[in-house]
Design a binder for this molecule. Sequence first.
Ligand code: GLU
Length: 286
Amino acid sequence: MLTRFAPSPTGELHLGHAYSAVLAHAARRGGGRFVLRIDDIDGSRSREEYLAAALTDLAWLGIFWDGDPVRQSQRLASYQAALDDLRARGLVYPCFCTRADIAASLAAPHGAPDHSGGAIYPGTCRHLSDEERARRIAAEPHCWRLDMAKATALTGDLEWEEQGQGLRRADPAAHGDVVLARKDAPASYHLASTLDDAAMGVTHVIRGADLTASTDVHRLLQALLGLPVPRYRHHALVCGPDGRRLAKRDAAASLASLRAAGTDGPALAADLLGHRLPTGYSLRMP
Ligand code: GLU
C-alpha cells in the first residue's frame, strides 16, 4: 500500500489538510508507505515559504514521509511527453479562447455547468483547421484541451473502486473538453496529478470529496495513457463553526495558529485519525 498527501503551497495548511494527511499517513502503520507530493505547478501562486510551513506543520503532527518529497515543478518533462503522445493521437487541440470568450458563449442557452461547478467548454476551438491552428499557435497564448468525445469513444465505460462503496462509474463526458495544459502552466492539475500518482506507484488515493468529480477525468486519462488504476477514498471535508468547508480565509483553523495556541500536534493527529475534531468543527460530505 502506498498513499500520498499532495499539498499545494499556495497558503497555510488548515485542519482539513491535517485530516487528509493523517488518513493517508495511516498507511504507514499497516506497513505501507506514505509519500509527499508538492503541487507547485502554479508558478504564480506557489511560494517557498508555504512549502516550508507545510513541512513544519506535518512534522508537528508527527507525520513523516518515505523518500524525498516529489515536486511537480520538477516533473514538467513527463507532463510534456504525455501531452505530446495525446497530441500525436489527435486527442488534444489548442484552444485560444479567453475567459471572456467562454463566458460569452456560455451565456447562450446551450451553456451548461459541469459537475465541479465550473462550466463546460462550448467547443469553440475544437473544429479549427490545421492551418488556422498552426498560425495562431505561433502568435497567441493557448491551452490544450482534451477532445472528450473522441477520448471517451476510445475508452468506453470506465469505473473505479471507491473504498466502502465498491465500483463507481466514471462520468468524464460530464466535464466536457477539459484543459490538460494551461496557458500559464505546462500541465493542468488533472494531467499532472494522474501522471504523478502512476509514477510514484500510489495504490490508494486518499483525498477530500471535493475532488471526487475530478476522478472521472483522472480515470479517463489512466485509460488513455495506459496507467495503473489506484483505489480511491474521497473523505468528508472539515467544516468550520459557520458550517462551511474550511478555506484559506479561516485563519483560526490554520495549523500554525493551532500550534501557536499550544495544541499538542500528535494528540490532534490521533483525534483526527478517529474522526474527532476540535470543538466547533465538523465533518461533512459535500
Ligand atoms: N493539491 C491538491 C489540493 O491541495 C490535492 C490534489 C490531490 O490530492 O489529488 O487540493
